[in-house]
Write a protein that binds this ligand. Structure first.
Ligand SMILES: Nc1ncnc2c1ncn2[C@@H]1O[C@H](COP(=O)(O)OP(=O)(O)OP(=O)(O)O)[C@@H](O)[C@H]1O
Ligand SMILES: [Mg+2]
Length: 384
């Protein structure tokens, strides 16, 4: 059914104050002098059902195999990433009001409020899809909705190799990294596959180890029999009741973790993670946003500052706590079709008072491997 036709019958249906039955929809269509054929009625009922349950017009996109992201920038721009970078999705919304309705409904579905008082939201939908939305006029050209589809099946390391995202040699090193219980961070830009790779690696942790996973919103689904998951909580509308990642890292440490996992390090909790790793908690790991492996120390400095650590303290703590950085990259769409891949495995070394991330192996887009100055250090770390 055309969006404009839906817009015509919606006011009638809204007056009912209940979920419309197909008979109600037919009556509304008749009232608007629309043709009520079986097909038209079915299309209208289906469109309304999608609107009230799922992600409305976005549902078919979200269920297309290979789609990882759906981005809405107001009514006229809908973008989709099917694994080859962003491309126009070929659909539009009838109005800004329709996008806004979708955004508020999705927010309600994740139990959050979204209105002019609190114009942005993030959370996870029941099927695991990650939601972020910001209302216009804070966002232009209109209300923005960003949806990240979780991978439908867990990727094994063999899948990464089969996808061309990781050369076999890299897979061997990552296996050794987990087996040696070294502390590592997975770095990369937005949507490069950090969380996915972390879940893959956690699946390699021996089953007798107890994983404590601390996350902002529940994303990691590792294939592992002993996971305890702690999820942060946003404060309520009055600003009370929030539970931060820092709170949760502290709780996790009292829960006898064999591995402490911080889904994404993005704030003051870095301090607690580093302290934990420096006080006998081995095998800690997490992801961090950084555009290159070299940028990781600067990123840690910025996050450490949020936790009240000065520059020298961050470097000293990070040098002692962290062993390895695995960096992910997404090639530009023109070369390699926006493919996500492991680009660098690096070791964290101390140079005078500063920590440096020194490449041990660099992989190119063709799957070739080039040794870097950190290789000897990596071999030492992995074979103990
Ligand atoms: N190796 C891969 N092969 C195929 N798809 C992948 C691969 N790695 C990640 N993806 C897909 O890419 C999308 C983004 O992955 P993921 O959420 O792990 O990225 P991220 O770097 O953690 O993103 P963010 O910066 O938003 O935290 C997901 O839909 C995921 O299923
Ligand atoms: Mg992530």
């Amino acid at each position: 059914m055309e969006g404009t036709d839906l817009a015509r019958i919606r006011p009638f249906l809204a007056t009912l104050g209940r979920t419309p039955t197909p008979a109600d929809v037919a009556e509304a269509m008749r009232a608007e002098h629309l043709l009520v054929s079986d097909a038209a009625l079915m299309a209208a009922v289906e469109a309304l059902r999608r609107e009230s349950l799922g992600a409305g017009a976005l549902d078919p996109l979200l269920h297309t195999p290979g789609v990882t992201d759906v981005l809405v920038n107001g009514p006229d721009q809908v973008w989709v990433d099917r694994g080859a970078g962003l491309e126009p999705a070929g659909i539009t919304f009838e109005s800004e009001a329709e996008v806004r309705r979708l955004a508020t409904r999705l927010a309600a579905a994740v139990g959050r409020r979204l209105d002019d008082g609190v114009p942005y939201v993030d959370g996870r939908l029941a099927d695991g899809t990650r939601l972020h939305a910001v209302l216009a006029p804070i966002a232009a050209p209109g209300t923005c909705v960003s949806l990240r589809v979780p991978s439908r099946h867990r990727l094994s390391l063999a899948d990464w190799v089969a996808n061309g995202a990781l050369p076999e040699r890299g897979a061997i090193l990552l296996r050794m990294l987990v087996a040696a219980r070294r502390a590592f961070l997975i770095s990369g830009g937005t949507g490069t596959g950090k969380t996915t790779l972390l879940a893959t690696l956690l699946g390699l942790v021996p089953p007798h180890e107890r994983l404590l996973i601390v996350e902002d919103s529940r994303e990691l689904q590792p294939d592992h029999p002993h996971c305890v998951r702690l999820e942060a909580r946003h404060p309520n509308a009055e600003g009370a009741g929030g539970i931060t990642l820092t709170d949760l890292v502290r709780q996790a440490l009292r829960m006898r973790p064999d591995r402490l996992v911080l889904g994404e390090v993005r704030g003051a909790e870095l301090r607690d993670l580093l302290i934990a790793m420096n006080t006998g908690h081995e095998g800690g790991c997490g992801t961090v946003h950084a555009n290159s492996a070299d940028d990781v120390p600067a990123r840690l400095e910025a996050l450490g500052a949020l936790g009240g650590l000065d520059r020298a303290a961050v470097h000293a703590q990070a040098a002692a706590a962290l062993d390895v950085v695995v960096h992910l990259q997404r090639d530009r769409a023109a070369h390699g079709q926006g493919r996500r891949r492991v680009a660098t495995i690096a070791t964290v070394q101390r140079r005078r008072d500063l920590v440096e991330v020194v490449p041990a192996v660099e992989f190119d887009a063709a799957g070739g491997a080039r040794p870097g100055p950190g290789l000897a250090d990596l071999e030492r770390l992995l074979t103990r």
